[in-house]
Design a protein around this ligand. Structure first.
Ligand code: S3P
Length: 425
């Protein structure tokens, strides 16, 4: 093991990415002026803001994190004059597809080279069965998407993969359908869409693994308060957890019960994570988290846990590299179609750094504690969560790691490096 220096301090984590995307999109469909406080001002969420502007909503930044959105109502969007560029953002293009499938005009949505490699059949198929016409590359599976929407009918759809993006796209399209839309999830995923649309007046009913949305004519303008993103907090939770003697405070973290798997896993590995001032903010549970490091032990992350920590697996790989024993992660095949193939990206980087690890088709194993090799250069593969995971590994191990392409961090956490630098040894 390398020499590790404990860290202490408070980290300000930016607004939740999932909620920020939804807030700007849903506000753009409402009647009148909404306000979003705590908005994540990052490349991904700005793509959703730009999409809503292109559709005729006005989106004004009172400050980088305080947004005023004036919608013209659900049925008064206008045909965009140009192609919409979702950049790197899967959430913009997938949830956006649900919204656009309901509009009686043509929209073309594209993205950066990484997004143009990500599967879209999972939203195209059910939206087409509701009556939308969607044409896409590679036999209808890859962006750009060409969407001519309108005249949707209600469906009952059993989702083959657990995906909050797909569920949200269908719920949004369902608001415009001629009868209710029921989505059956294989495993429960984050429910921000259900919470937010309900608060805006939509009728959404949950029954076990099914969720039904009833058609609506209006959504009311709202004040949204966005908690800090637990998926961004995860990098600092892991960093503090794997260095004994560390203590880091993370205020105002969103604790949606479908997002807190990373906290459960780190506790199981031996870290202490206290939840203080538990409260409700803007319809979501929020707590101040205090994490204390320890000598970690390995754990098994099982398939049922994956939806609750899907974006946190790269960070948890770093905890596993410091933990005593063999950590197994299974049921995580969705990671292969994220911003990069995250199983491959992490396994390649960790192997190059001297960590004993290997891939499964649906996950990986990692043996620790590992000695991190010096002088190695790793490739983030343009994936923000891979880049941030390697950056915390470098700090936690005290070994400089060269990371190619850290600019991608701006897609979700533009202040990451500043927050990392602000922690004192
Ligand atoms: C998200 C859902 C997850 C997650 C993504 C954000 C969302 O994707 O990985 O970063 O905002 O709904 P899937 O829906 O593909 O699981």
């Amino acid at each position: 093991m390398n020499q590790r220096i404990s860290i202490a301090g408070t980290v300000t984590v930016p607004g939740d990415k999932s909620i920020s995307h939804r807030a700007v999109m849903f506000a753009g469909l409402a009647d009148g002026a909404s306000r979003i406080r705590g908005f994540l001002h990052a490349e991904d969420t700005l793509r959703s803001a730009a999409m809503m502007r292109a559709l005729g909503a006005s989106v004004d930044f009172v400050s980088p994190t305080d947004v005023k959105v004036v919608g013209q109502g659900m049925r008064n969007l206008s045909e965009p004059a140009d192609v919409i560029d979702a950049g790197n953002s899967g959430t913009t293009i997938r949830i956006g597809a649900g919204l656009l499938a309901a509009q009686p005009f043509l929209t073309i949505v594209t993205g950066d080279p990484y997004l143009r490699r990500r599967p879209m059949g999972r939203v195209i198929k059910p939206l087409a069965s509701m009556g939308a016409t969607i044409v896409a590359r590679a036999g209808g599976s890859l962006p750009p998407l060409c969407i001519r929407g309108g005249n949707l009918k209600g469906i009952r759809y059993e989702m083959p993969v657990a995906s909050a993006q797909v569920k949200s796209a269908l719920l949004l399209a369902g608001l415009y359908a001629d009868s209710p839309v029921t989505v059956v999830e294989p495993m429960l995923s984050r429910d921000h869409t259900e919470r937010m649309l309900t608060a805006m007046g939509a009728r959404i009913v949950r029954d076990g693994r099914s969720v039904t949305v009833h058609p609506a004519t209006t959504l009311s303008a709202s004040d949204f308060s966005v908690p800090a993103d637990i998926s961004s907090a995860a990098f600092f939770l892991v960093l503090a957890a794997c260095v004994p003697g560390s203590c880091v405070r993370l205020p105002c973290i969103g604790m949606n019960p479908f997002r807190t798997g990373v906290v459960d896993v780190l506790r199981r590995m031996g870290a202490t994570i206290d939840e203080e001032n538990a409260r409700d903010e803007g319809g979501e549970p929020v707590s101040d988290l205090v994490v204390r490091g320890a000598a970690l032990r390995a754990t098994d992350i099982v398939p049922e846990e994956i939806p609750g920590l899907v974006d946190e697996v790269p960070a948890l790989c770093i905890a596993a590299a410091f933990a005593e024993g063999r950590t197994e992660i299974r049921g995580a095949q969705e990671l292969r179609v994220k911003e990069s193939d995250r199983i491959r990206s992490m396994a390649d980087a960790l192997t190059a750094l001297g960590v004993r690890c290997g891939e499964y088709p649906d996950g990986m194993w990692i043996e620790g504690p590992s000695r991190i090799a010096a002088g190695v250069r790793c490739d983030s593969r343009g994936d923000h969560r891979v880049a941030m995971s390697l950056a915390i590994l470098s700090v936690a191990s005290g070994i400089g790691i060269g990371i190619s392409d850290t600019a991608c961090i701006d897609t979700s956490f533009p202040t990451f490096h500043a927050q990392l630098a602000g922690l004192r040894p």
